[in-house]
Design a protein. Structure first.
Length: 280
């Protein structure tokens, strides 16, 4: 391993060759460990996404990088961060919330407690949106509500746990919600906002690999798993859907992304609305 500053110019470019055999090893690692399917057409993407990691670590080759990944959980996490996209926003896919308010909210209001899972929560915008929605739409006395938010990205979870975002991230959050649920930063934090304790206290963040067992998660009334399974092949999706269905209470709702092609009907769920399924 070399210091990045001493690398020759040729090694500081993204032109370090990724051989087919090493690319196959990366494909196998991502698939078997995380369920993420990288097609052969993603080789150029892998090169562009991992080139910075090689430079930062002062490595001469992707072979050296794979050796490092095999010996470092932190670097493995960094590789997953690099090869996946933590794109999300506040109040994303509002049709889901509109449907829940219209068709599901009366049932939620009568429950003594609610458990909701935001799977693949990225940097936290989704679970915080869910918390704000519950506080806004459920009339007092509200059921005791807990939101579990999970992801495989340690970097994204760190951002999410802070609950602090720059002002431009809140474009999708309604103005009344911003006024009710956010604290404005001052001084060095000017231009940044943090969620109030009543919102943050509802959300619990946890590292979780969806390709591994779900130990002790409990049962949920609603599971959001939106735009996560786009990284999986069909057999992996089917296995995950079966396991998610097992975590859903009878009558509970499962919400994938609108653009995802799934078959939840095979796992005891029926479609009640576009990208909304209810466990039978």
């Amino acid at each position: 391993m070399l210091d990045a500053a001493t690398l020759p110019e040729a090694l500081r470019s993204s032109d370090i060759r990724l051989s087919t055999s090493v690319f196959k090893q990366i494909q196998s690692l991502m698939y078997h460990q995380f369920g993420i399917s990288l097609s052969d057409q993603k080789k150029d993407l892998v090169v562009s996404r991992l080139a910075d990691r090689l430079r930062q670590r002062g490595l001469r080759s992707y072979e050296e990088y794979l050796q490092l990944v095999g010996n470092s959980e932190d670097e493995l996490s960094a590789m997953v961060d690099a090869l996946t996209t933590n794109h999300t926003s506040f109040y994303r896919e509002p049709e889901h919330f509109q449907y829940l308010e219209r068709a599901v909210l009366p049932q939620l209001q009568t429950k003594p407690s609610l458990s909701i899972w935001s799977a693949g929560c990225a940097t936290g915008e989704e679970p915080y949106t869910i918390a704000c929605w519950l506080l806004e739409k459920l009339a007092p006395p509200r059921p005791q509500s807990t939101i579990l938010a999970t992801d495989i990205s340690g970097r994204a979870l760190k951002t999410a746990q802070q609950g602090t975002y720059p002002e431009d991230r809140f474009a999708g959050l309604q103005a009344p919600w911003r006024k009710r649920f956010l604290l404005r930063g001052e001084g060095k934090r000017q231009g940044w906002y943090r969620f109030k304790p009543e919102v943050q206290s509802m959300v619990h963040f946890k590292y979780l690999n969806l390709n591994e067992p779900f130990p002790g998660l409990g049962m949920f009334d609603i599971i959001f798993c939106r735009n996560v399974m786009i990284y999986f092949d069909q057999p992996t999706r089917d296995r995950l859907l079966a396991r998610l269905a097992q975590q859903l209470r009878p009558g509970g709702h499962f919400l994938p992304g609108h653009a995802e092609s799934l078959t939840p009907e095979l796992h005891g769920m029926m479609r009640t609305h576009p990208a909304v399924y209810r466990k039978i």
